[in-house]
Write a protein that binds this ligand. Structure first.
Ligand code: FE2
Length: 440
């Protein structure tokens, strides 16, 4: 036995917590051997590690379904995004990528992955701009994927930032990126020159995914234009090709501007198609609505409505200190907090759903649900959060006390209580876990 985690509260998926406390046994090979009811006498045999959970929340790791590791940590290079628009961000990046080097990309991507791992993220899907004749970032990220393989899983999306059909050589570059090992085929239909180019780009992305046995994840309708309706094309292709839940539409912010009749039609199509949606609240709130006066749109897709329609929706961080977002540490609990406010998922039943959107719902986007979870046979990838529920973890923005990867202790954040010297009282520890209405 490699490790026993004793006395944990078990996150059971879909925002729920299993009743009672459990012990989790990790076998020598780094996978979960048993999940059994809590026994305070249980000890690991031999030299195994004993981790006392003291009722902390044990969850499979956070999953980042949408980030851009190739652009991360380039904010202000070569110039700041002065207007704050998506379009100027793309222009800034287009200039910055001329100076990309292998070392540059590996260094920045690895730095952010270290931040993520320290915060409990052990599964990451990164988009990688492949509208670059040299494909420097793609090769570098493939190298990073190999280097971190023993710690976390990294999926790379071949993302044509400047288009497939309307960018010179775009299709050839996309094909080359797939040949060089991209895991997922990307697209950006709303950025293509015409509606027809956008549809053609999605047809091409799906054809390539089918041919190579890959998934699709398109930046889709990331614009406030209510006429941008490529998500229906993506869903129809997913349905007809059979790719279904292997396809994801990211952003889909135009959905925030669709009328009621069209939204109703779309909900039905998306639910039937099985496609995933990824909303990225940092980027969406920051970049959308920039051309509006007042009233100013929220810029998010229909998160609440699509969840109610049975569509899998996840939250992604998207950008970390790049031309589209100057801030960020890659912390999914920040994403969830921002996302639940932006989408008004603030009901008592809805807040735990926001936690699911950065764990099990995000795992479904990556297609890793079979090996994801706290179950016998799964890799021993998990985290202990100092909170008694998913909602508490989101509310208090806790950092995992322990992050375990493949049965090995990867990160440890000791609790750091705050001492408050309230007037007339001895300094005392502040207990942020107290609930509304609780009185001393
Ligand atoms: Fe993105």
């Amino acid at each position: 036995m490699l490790m026993i985690v004793r006395g944990a509260r078990l996150y059971a998926g879909d925002g729920r917590v299993a009743p009672g406390l459990v012990d989790v046994e990790v076998a020598e090979g780094g996978h979960i051997a048993r999940v059994v009811p809590y026994d305070d006498q249980r000890e690991p045999p031999g030299t195994g590690t004993l981790v006392e959970a003291h009722g902390a929340l044990l969850s499979a790791p956070f999953v980042e379904p949408h980030i851009h590791l190739d652009t991360a940590l380039t904010a202000g290079e070569p110039r700041p995004n002065a207007s704050g628009t998506l379009w100027e961000g793309i222009a800034c990046w287009s200039e910055r990528k001329q100076s990309l080097t292998r070392e540059d990309v590996i260094g920045r991507a690895t730095e952010v992955l270290r931040w993520q791992a320290a915060q409990g993220v052990l599964h990451v899907r990164t988009h990688c701009d492949v509208t670059d004749d040299r494909l420097v970032a793609l090769d570098a990220l493939a190298e990073v994927r190999d280097r971190v393989r023993d710690v976390l899983t990294l999926q790379i999306v071949a993302f044509p930032q400047e288009g497939i059909v309307s960018y010179p050589g775009g299709e050839k570059l996309l094909r080359e990126a797939i040949a060089r090992g991209a895991d997922v085929v990307g697209a950006i239909p709303h950025f293509e020159d015409t509606r027809e180019d956008g549809v053609a780009s999605l047809n091409l992305a799906f054809a390539l995914a089918e041919r190579h046995g890959l998934r699709v994840d398109a930046h889709c309708d990331e614009i406030d234009d209510e006429q941008s309706r490529f998500v229906e094309v993506l869903a129809a292709l997913a349905l007809r090709s059979g790719l279904r839940e292997r396809a994801t539409a990211s952003h889909t912010t135009a959905m925030g501007s669709y009328n009621g009749a069209y939204s109703y039609k779309l909900q039905r199509l998306l639910a039937r198609s099985g496609v995933n949606l990824v909303a990225n609240p940092f980027a969406n709130l920051n970049l959308q609505g920039r051309f509006d006066g007042y009233p100013k749109r929220r810029g998010l897709t229909q998160v609440k409505e699509m969840l109610a329609a049975g569509v899998n929706v996840a939250f992604g961080h998207d950008d970390v200190m790049d031309p589209w977002n100057a801030l960020g540490t890659g912390n999914p609990l920040q994403t969830a907090l921002l996302g639940l406010y932006a989408a008004q998922l603030t009901g008592a039943d809805e807040i735990p759903t926001a936690f699911a959107m950065i764990t099990d719902r995000a795992a479904a986007v990556l297609g890793i649900t079979e090996e994801y979870g706290i179950r016998p046979g799964c890799p021993a990838d998990f985290m202990l959060l100092p909170a008694e529920s998913p909602a508490e973890a989101v509310r208090r923005q806790v950092r995992p006390r322990y992050v375990i990867s493949r049965g090995r202790l990867l990160a440890h954040t000791p609790d750091a209580p705050t001492q408050l010297g309230w007037p007339g009282e001895e300094p005392a520890e502040v207990d942020f876990t107290r609930r509304t209405g609780q009185r001393s």
